[in-house]
Design a binder for this molecule. Structure first.
Ligand code: SF4
Length: 189
């Protein structure tokens, strides 16, 4: 896949880039806690932006949001899903575990066909300020250094690749991050 972040690669080193986790950037536990409260409140304004006409954000913006949340490994790409992406108890649905809004139909990120989903809201905030979201902020200069950040990767991706990103189910079959083992089930408590 074409991507401007390849400046970290050499001809002899064509393996996929390593990605850093959110914890290795700027978040602290306390900051994350208060940010989650703010994110839950901001969801009310996201709902308001839908209006009575079911307004939706435009296609490329939603495609950036899909990349930010789900990555592109489902289509043979190198970008893993966001570490906050959670699988719903409802098969085939996903929600953001970083914003505090929980697992409900109105918080499912993607839906089938023209059905409304959370990533459609015109005004929508992301706890990690990722591309496509209303509160997006540009990556810091050090995020270009290996291991690069997911945000930096998306910022440098070929926009034609962004435009190929599916924005509805079932064409889209996302991979989710591995679920850590339950200590009670493994007997390690
Ligand atoms: S909204 Fe942001 S934090 Fe949540 S899953 Fe998507 S990219 Fe990750």
């Amino acid at each position: 896949m074409g991507c401007g972040c390849n400046k970290n690669k050499t001809e002899k080193n064509e393996e996929s880039p390593a990605f850093r986790t959110e914890d290795s950037t700027t978040q602290t536990n306390q900051g994350t806690f208060f940010k989650s409260i703010a994110m839950a409140k901001s969801f009310a304004s996201a709902i308001a932006s839908r209006g009575v006409s079911n307004n939706k954000t435009n296609g490329p913006t939603k495609q950036l949001r899909v990349l930010s949340c789900f990555g592109n490994q489902d289509r043979g790409g190198e970008l893993p899903p966001c570490q906050h992406l959670k699988q719903s108890t409802t098969p085939g649905k996903h929600f953001c575990g970083g914003c505090g809004c929980g697992d409900k139909p109105m918080t499912w990120l993607m839906a089938a066909g023209e059905e409304y989903s959370k990533l459609d809201y015109p005004n929508l905030q992301c706890p990690l300020n990722m591309p496509g979201f209303t509160n997006y902020t540009q990556s810091a200069p050090d995020e270009a250094n290996a291991p690069i950040s997911r945000k930096y990767y998306i910022e440098n991706i070929d926009f034609n690749e962004v435009l190929k990103t599916p924005i509805s189910l079932p064409q889209f079959k996302p991979q989710t991050p591995p679920v850590p083992p339950n200590p009670e089930e493994t007997g390690k408590v």
